[in-house]
Design a protein around this ligand. Structure first.
Ligand SMILES: Nc1ncnc2c1ncn2[C@@H]1O[C@H](COP(=O)(O)OP(=O)(O)O)[C@@H](O)[C@H]1O
Ligand SMILES: [Mg+2]
Length: 264
């Protein structure tokens, strides 16, 4: 990957994940909901891909299916040769809520995925990650003693501790205040540049998508479809002040127009 150099790509990266004709219907008491309609997508190895769209357009449905947490009604999702029909050891998911267990301290929360798999925790890796996200020294704190941003840092450590190659993030910073969100956006950009993980990140913030993404998949509402895929070739690392530049604001406006003028 060449994210660290900030240079334009000379050759496209290999494909990491494939979404092939994905459709999803939910059966509800008031009838069927067509949440995702025939979505096909190729996620490149090591890219930062944002899924952007209005609330209810099927972003979470698609991402949960990519995590193997949801079955599709039609189509297929693959990671390499593996069809994803259940959780996969290479794929980790981060949600809007940090989902830390309140009765476990920070380190015991982070070790939980190892316990579930009956594996010895990778203590060296966990220690390095805690240091990396600024949580060293907080190992014995309980979730209620940590701020929202710290809790979300802990959930990032918990996901990365098992060393997945794909990180799926469902509006992970949506519940945080604007300052903390900026901090977390910088942190996730840095971690991504350092580790070369493939990240698929859901947001309904156009600004957040333009700031973070290599490519933005713009979805339209009900049933969820891909309306556009936008390349974001801004050099990295991207500083927060980039968000006030004319170039950045023009990109945001262009995507806003796509969403406002989507075909119905
Ligand atoms: N478990 C469910 N049962 C029934 N309908 C659902 C369920 N989950 C999501 N939906 C519906 O599917 C559509 C897409 O939802 P979702 O994937 O959560 O969208 P987004 O994440 O873009 O807000 C919405 O209309 C939502 O109400
Ligand atoms: Mg959602």
């Amino acid at each position: 990957m060449n994210a660290a150099s900030g240079l334009p790509r000379s050759a496209p990266e290999p494909i990491k994940m494939v979404v092939d004709g994905a459709s999803k219907f939910y059966n509800t008491r008031s009838g069927q909901v067509h949440a995702v309609d025939n979505v096909s997508l190729q996620v490149r190895e090591g890219e930062f891909l944002c899924l952007l769209g209005p609330s209810g357009c099927g972003k979470s449905t698609l991402l949960w299916s990519m995590a193997g947490l949801h079955g599709l009604s039609g189509g297929q999702i693959r990671l390499g040769e593996d069809a994803i029909t259940k959780p996969h050891p290479e794929i980790a998911m981060i949600f809007q809520e940090a989902n830390l267990l309140p009765w476990r301290n920070l380190i015991r929360n982070i070790e939980l995925p190892f316990e579930i798999k009956r594996q010895e925790p990778d203590r060296k890796r966990i220690e390095a990650l805690l240091k990396r996200v600024g949580l060293a020294g907080f190992e014995n704190k309980y979730p209620r003693e940590l701020s929202g941003g710290m809790q979300q840092r802990a959930s990032i450590v918990r996901s990365l501790a098992v060393n997945p190659s794909v990180l799926l993030m469902d509006e992970p910073f949506g519940a945080l205040d604007a300052f903390t969100r900026d901090e977390m956006n910088l942190l996730i950009q840095e971690i991504w540049m350092e580790t070369g993980k493939t990240i698929i990140f859901i947001t309904h913030s156009i600004t957040e998508a333009v700031f973070l993404a290599d490519r933005i998949v713009v979805m339209s509402a009900r049933p969820g479809r891909i309306s556009n895929i936008v390349d974001v070739d801004l050099p990295r690392p991207r500083p927060v002040k980039l968000q006030t530049t004319t170039d950045f604001l023009e990109r945001v406006e262009a995507i806003k127009a796509m969403i406002d003028h989507r075909p119905s």
